[in-house]
Design a protein around this ligand. Structure first.
Ligand code: SF4
Length: 157
């Protein structure tokens, strides 16, 4: 059997690298599109930005056609994965914060930078909370500081 030439190969249907959110809410980072040696189909390689993925595990692969699919999920037509601009992701919950920080660190790594030494560290998560509702919520300050850190990180990556 002869090896396939480029002309024999089906379209790769490449997924642009970047930040994505699964329709169930989980954050992911697309790394690359590769070709399956058995079926010759394009396969999207992506990393979960939670759990093991935050420590550079959590790698997944699925057919790129399926990655791009729009279908009826949770009772409405929507993409399986939606791409998000890290500059505009709304910062209002910790899973999103953790995903954004991991993604920006990876973007810096791809440019040969260590974000944690090139820039001040991301603001620490609050450990105090009055528990009664109060003026000057610690979380408001945290998200404002994180917003400024993101702006500075994006200027580097
Ligand atoms: S307002 Fe903020 S600091 Fe105060 S109880 Fe609510 S979450 Fe905690």
């Amino acid at each position: 059997m002869t090896a396939p030439t480029d002309q024999d190969l089906p379209p790769l249907n490449a997924t642009p690298p970047g930040l994505y959110r699964h329709h169930k809410g989980g954050w992911y980072e697309v790394i690359e599109t590769v070709r399956c040696s058995e079926t010759l189909q394009g396969m999207t390689v992506y990393r979960a930005l939670y759990g093991q993925g935050l420590a550079h595990g959590g790698l997944w692969v699925r057919r790129s056609a399926m990655f791009h699919e729009t279908a009826r999920f949770d009772g409405r037509e929507q993409p399986r994965f939606a791409r998000h601009d890290p500059a505009n992701v709304r910062l209002a919950d910790l899973p999103t914060v953790h995903a954004l920080i991991a993604h920006l660190r990876q973007l810096a790594r791809l440019r040969g930078l260590d974000l944690d030494t090139s820039l001040r560290p991301p603001p620490p998560e609050p450990t105090t909370c009055c528990g009664r509702g109060c003026n000057g919520c610690v979380w408001d300050g945290f998200y404002e500081a994180l917003h400024r850190w993101r702006t500075d990180a994006l200027a580097l990556v």
